[in-house]
Design a protein around this ligand. Sequence first.
Ligand SMILES: C=CC1=C(C)c2cc3[nH]c(cc4nc(cc5[nH]c(cc1n2)c(C)c5CCC(=O)O)C(CCC(=O)O)=C4C)c(C)c3C=C
Ligand code: FE2
Ligand code: FE2
Length: 352
Amino acid sequence: MSDQPRPTGHPDIRHGKVGVLLVNLGTPDGCDTASVRRYLREFLSDPRVVERPRWLWYPVLYGIILTFRPKRSAEAYAKVWDRERDESPLRTYSRDQAARLGERLAGLDEVEVDWAMRYGNPAIEARLLVLREKGCDRVVVVPLYPQYSATTTASVCDEVFRVLSAMRWMPAVRVAPPWHDAPVYIDALARSLEAGLAALDFEPQKVVASYHGIPKRYFDAGDPYYCHCMKTSRLLEARLGWPGGRLVTAFQSTFGPEEWLTPATDETVKGWAANGTDRVAIFNPGFVADCIETLEEIDIALREDFFAAGGRAFAHVPCLNASDEGMDVIETIVRRELCGWTHTDASHTLSS
Ligand SMILES: C=CC1=C(C)c2cc3[nH]c(cc4nc(cc5[nH]c(cc1n2)c(C)c5CCC(=O)O)C(CCC(=O)O)=C4C)c(C)c3C=C
Ligand SMILES: [Fe+2]
Ligand SMILES: [Fe+2]
């Protein structure tokens, strides 16, 4: 031992644990206009979401969007709000997914599972600080988007690294890659869709795989999201063994006046109703959990529009949520990223 003087009173900083942080998009804290406005302001100020020069965008955002949209969106949130828990479905499902993952990883003593939202609460910053406090010097971040998009996946990473930039002893970080073509995911979608359709009292002529849209401009600039969605649909169709044409891919939830990915789910389905294809089912492979976009925009608003246009039978098949199939997907993705960091076995592998 050297005689060199060493500092005394080392700060007691915990280490040696591994965090898993599941991150979804986010949701307002309440379905009142003020809460929705706060949420939309944070969300729509993200330059990954709206790629416009700030000097051009902010007058539109603050002058028009945040004046009129919060009231309309709050009415939509109110239709799906869980009054008992006083929270949106996305928050409930996100918490459930983290709790069930925690149960599935209970054998790994060093692992701490947590969850966060990119916008609103629980914030990424707050939950990363809690994980660090608990001694996580390694963290697996899982952006809960099967298909990569800069608007979603990259935005989660932006926020994670912004938070880490203020930490003296920052954890090592792994970010789970997208899983749009993972066999476990395609299989989960197929099983969930087959069960959902088998429970119906009618046979849909068409089934729509409806993904959230993005502006076409982002695709033109190199965002792989569209290709990831198309690959998911292609693999799913093959796994289902359906005849070509029964499964149709479309994009929903457009925002603003510019061109978004096509075909649009609502126009496609309403057009069918008017032309005799009057029995349809919609499901949302790109959403890991049901939310306002699936429950209000599709299961309530589109259902009404479809019947008004002449449709006769409409079904919405739920997202994977915290179902066994859904948890198989999340567990597989997480265990792969934990390899080498814990004593996890590698039997849950993404390739078949
Ligand atoms: C420019 C605007 C938007 C882009 C780009 C966008 C991309 C995108 N979003 C999701 C997933 C979700 N979006 C949700 C809600 C939502 N999305 C936008 C706008 C854009 N999304 C808005 C304004 C809203 C809020 C609701 C509304 O006012 O209409 C949600 C649900 C949140 C909830 O609380 O339930 C999800 C999930 C993806 C996957 C995506 C790009 C691939
Ligand atoms: Fe969105
Ligand atoms: Fe919407």
